[in-house]
Design a protein around this ligand. Sequence first.
Ligand code: HEC
Ligand code: HEC
Length: 297
Amino acid sequence: MSRITDEVLGHAQDNDGIEEYDNPLPTWWLGLFAVTIVWGVAYGVNYHFVAGDSQLSRYRAEMAAAAERWPVSEPGGLVYDDETLAEGEKIFETTCVSCHMAKGRGGPIGPSLVDAIWIHGAEPEQIRTTITEGVPEKGMPTWGNILGPAKVAQVAAYVVKLHEASGAGVDGASVDGASVDGASVDGAAPDGAAPDGAAGVDGADAAVDGGGEPLEPLAAGQQVFEQYCVPCHLADLTGATGPNLVDDEWLHGGELEQIVKTVTNGVPGKAMIAWGPILGDEKIKLVSEYVHHKANP
Ligand code: HEC
Ligand code: HEC
């Protein structure tokens, strides 16, 4: 039975003269319409109740991905991801080993950072503060204005992890307890040598004494330089954290007596600490002569 498709329905007088045929929509169109309805219902059910792929869950997933990419600070306001720790290690190895030695095991100037004793507090926030503010009167430079807060945070995170990895723990009680000899707590050498006065620094003494056979003054000066100054000024004196000492440009004067003065008193606010109390006059003189000699070959 086929429809009559070319006959008007004849209600023009009810509809302002508009005529109409009785032509249904094409089947393919109606089919599409039905499909969209089924699709809409299925999609809605799936979106809200099945797939867990709603706006909210997507938002949560993106926040989780962001948290992974830009980690939120852990306690102490420090970040401990691989990148930060690698940067921190780099800073430590170029800037801190001169006094704290490799892996922070401590040396004649800077105390061990991997033992159970913390002079200025073991909390990450305290460690960051110690590094930022330094302990200028004890020879720990004020790193905050030298490195800036971002690098301080990186190297502080590295120190925290270094200490954790050492398994030393934190021996709060022994800081003022009898088990620790006073010298170590005062930031002296781990072997108990006094930090002030040349006599306490065994390494440098050996350098000067040369095991009985007295060294030429320049060789003795070089040994002092290699023991204390190389991490910042490099073995060829061309400078890293500290400036180049052999380029004819002097910030504080290149005359021997001015070098002696700079080395003795240091440069306040800079990584160049006052070496006078650490090395004593004799070694200051030797190392300054060595620097002066290298600068004026
Ligand atoms: C020029 C020598 C020197 C350099 C370089 C140096 N330090 Fe120190 N540091 C010291 C001395 C000395 C002390 C001990 C201060 C005291 O006795 O109060 C110290 C103490 C510390 C402490 C506190 C240890 C404690 O027991 O509480 C931390 C942490 C520290 N240094 C980290 C660093 C970091 C990180 C760097 C590199 C950015 C650095 N230091 C570079 C000399 C140095
Ligand atoms: C922790 C890093 C560090 C160590 C270790 C260090 N210095 Fe320096 N030194 C510096 C910095 C930084 C300066 C530049 C200070 C400034 O900006 O005025 C400097 C400056 C100097 C200057 C003055 C340079 C000039 O242009 O006037 C001399 C000389 C010097 N150091 C010698 C030494 C000697 C000798 C030692 C070893 C006993 C030593 N330094 C150890 C960081 C260091």
